[in-house]
Design a protein around this ligand. Structure first.
Ligand SMILES: [Fe+2]
Length: 191
């Protein structure tokens, strides 16, 4: 493998570690979102996504093994070990989760809360879709077919989760949120 390809593999290893942290942080964050959700279909979709996310984290363990990670050797990330702070949590997903938590901390109409939870989850999904798509493409370029297939499998699941959230939003949750907002503004106007 020439030097450029070695460095691309280092970058893939870094991205996989970053994705592992991302999934763990989502696993930690989802129970609070499930608790706050009111719509039973939304609650069910989030519970299902928590189980899928746990499988995605386990799938990344397989990816790490295929990339020769986790044997305790130093400098597994090669040149990127010095560039990125590899020991910490994913700051990107941390920011999205923190924003979602702030919004969920506001006292609001149940239907608006559901719409806010869907919005927060979709931002998280889109972040994951970007990260998995990039890592999958690196694996393809490196000819690591097994790794690319595992990452692609998760990428498809993230797209499915995003589509499900969209269908819940347009089909039910946002309509109720809008109806609630109209009702509230009407009652405010006449009170
Ligand atoms: Fe995920």
């Amino acid at each position: 493998m020439d030097n450029n390809m070695n460095h691309l593999k280092d970058l893939l290893r870094f991205d996989v570690r970053h994705l592992y942290s991302t999934e763990e942080q989502i696993i930690d964050a989802l129970p609070a979102m499930i608790k706050k959700a009111h719509n039973p279909n939304l609650k069910q979709a989030l519970e299902q996504h928590l189980r899928v996310t746990e499988q995605q984290r386990d799938r990344l363990n397989k990816v790490k093994q295929l990339l020769g990670e986790g044997d305790g050797k130093k400098n597994e990330g090669g040149i990127f070990d010095g560039l990125f702070d590899t020991g910490t949590k994913s700051k990107g997903i941390d920011g999205l989760i923190s924003e979602g938590k702030k919004v969920m901390g506001i006292d609001m109409d149940p239907a608006i809360m559901d719409a806010a939870i869907i919005g927060a989850c979709q931002k998280i999904e889109h972040y994951e879709i970007a990260c998995y798509g990039t890592a999958r493409t690196y694996a393809e370029q490196l000819g690591l077919t097994d790794v690319a297939q595992l990452l692609q499998q998760t990428l498809l699941e993230e797209h499915d989760a995003d589509d499900l959230l969209t269908s819940l939003a347009v089909g039910d949750v946002n309509r109720r949120a809008e109806a609630g907002a109209t009702l509230n503004s009407t009652s405010n106007r006449y009170s």
